[in-house]
Write a protein that binds this ligand. Structure first.
Ligand code: PLP
Length: 397
């Protein structure tokens, strides 16, 4: 059976050149980068060269890159670490943070945890396309606001947030001070958008290698020099004393190689994927009645096409597509036996009964127009079948 993987926003295959680059750092150059002998120095050299490659991509200093095990860890460090640093110095003024409601759970749940611990959290609102209004950020900032966290591009609906505009507002509010800090989760955006940390005026930025053809289990946090933060993982003094634990040398090397390959082909790949995305969206909306595009129609990541199919369950669509050899993702999370609609769609004021019909198609290096034409051929029949079986839903306007 033909197999078509359309879930690149969940993860991507490791590039063969990346694997090749990583390989010697397992069995040949296996030294601990913290050891002083030649084995250690060889590994240290590779780690620092990788740091430079990543820093160049982000237009920052290499010492501003902290390697972590993934973006989840980087996001936890960003939010919890900034709050901890503030609490250690400011005993009287309790911290306030501002977070968008469509963040990945690793930001969302971290903010909720901080709220339980007494941190004041203001949740931004998004419009029906998932966009944050920068003016709303400006209005919410107050004397004790220490951090604003807004993702660069959303992983479920692909909406690109106005990070540059928000960065400008925050920079003005800071004046000559440090606070509020600005954090962005760039996991989905890093390989497609221009992520110049200076131009975006971000203080913290997180990413994960497995979304851009690197290995799973490695990520990083960009942390602007001088940003007050307290480490989460205690132990050794690795990573500028901000993340204890022996560096995962081969994965770090792989992540840098993957990002370098992305950089070399970026413009061409963005154009190619935008063409495929727009072609697919147009055809789906034309060929399948009672279907809505979710996310912003124009300000959206090149690799994400997401929809709600009214009167059809996302999970059922996913499973039927899987039977046809097509891998996609649905927006619902199956928790304790009940299907909860996506928090992203609910924040965009999509009704829960409609949000249940969400499907995300996400494209990557190997996606072709032939693949999409095959999906376009089989999907209308699948939706028809599921709608026939489903109890009639009352779907308001
Ligand atoms: C926007 C976003 N942030 C964070 C993460 C977490 O990445 P990881 O699982 O590599 O920690 C993901 C993964 O899907 C994501 O899409």
């Amino acid at each position: 059976m033909k197999k078509i993987y359309l879930d690149y926003a969940a993860t991507s295959p490791v590039d063969s050149l990346v694997l090749k680059t990583m390989s010697p750092y397992g069995s040949q150059f296996y030294g601990n980068p913290n050891s002083l002998h030649s084995w250690g120095q060889k590994a240290r050299e590779a780690v620092e060269k990788s740091r430079q490659i990543i820093a160049k991509y982000l237009n920052c200093l290499s010492e501003e890159i902290i390697f972590t095990s993934c973006a989840t860890e980087a996001n936890n460090l960003a939010l919890k670490g900034v709050v901890k640093a503030w609490k250690e110095k400011n005993l009287k003024l309790s911290p306030h943070i501002i977070v968008s409601p469509i963040e990945h759970h690793c930001v969302l749940d971290t903010a909720k945890r901080l709220a339980k611990e007494g941190v004041e959290v203001s949740w931004l609102k998004v419009d029906k396309t998932g966009l944050v209004d920068p003016k709303q950020v400006e209005k919410l900032i107050k004397k004790n606001t220490i951090l604003v966290s807004v993702m660069d591009g959303n992983n479920e609906v692909g909406t690109i947030e106005p990070i540059k505009e928000i960065g400008k507002i925050i920079k003005n509010k800071k004046g000559k001070g440090i606070y509020p800090l600005f954090h962005t989760d760039a996991v989905q955006a890093i390989q497609y958008l221009s992520l110049d940390t200076k131009k975006l005026k971000v203080d913290l930025l997180s990413a994960s290698a497995h979304k851009f053809y690197g290995p799973k289990g490695i990520g990083f946090l960009y942390l602007k020099k001088g940003t007050p933060i307290v480490k989460e993982i205690e132990g050794g003094s690795q990573e500028n004393n901000l993340r204890a634990g022996t560096e995962n040398v081969s994965f770090i090397v792989g992540m840098a190689k993957a990002l370098d390959l992305v950089r070399k082909n970026k413009d061409k790949e963005v154009k190619r994927l935008e063409f495929l995305r727009d072609y697919f969206i147009k055809k789906i909306l034309k060929n399948i009645p009672q279907t809505q595009l979710t996310g912003h129609p124009k300000a959206r990541l090149p690799h994400i096409a997401s929809f709600v199919f009214l009167g059809a369950e996302g999970e059922a669509i996913l499973l039927y597509l899987n039977d046809k050899g097509i891998g996609v993702s649905s927006g619902s999370a199956c928790t304790s036996g009940s299907l909860k609609p996506s928090h992203v769609l609910l924040a965009m004021r999509i009704k829960p009964e409609i949000a249940h019909g969400s499907i995300r198609f996400s494209f990557g290096k190997k996606t072709t127009r032939f693949d999409l034409d095959y999906v376009l051929k089989v999907l209308p029949g699948i939706i028809k079948k599921i709608r026939k079986m489903a109890p009639k839903l009352k779907i308001g306007k």
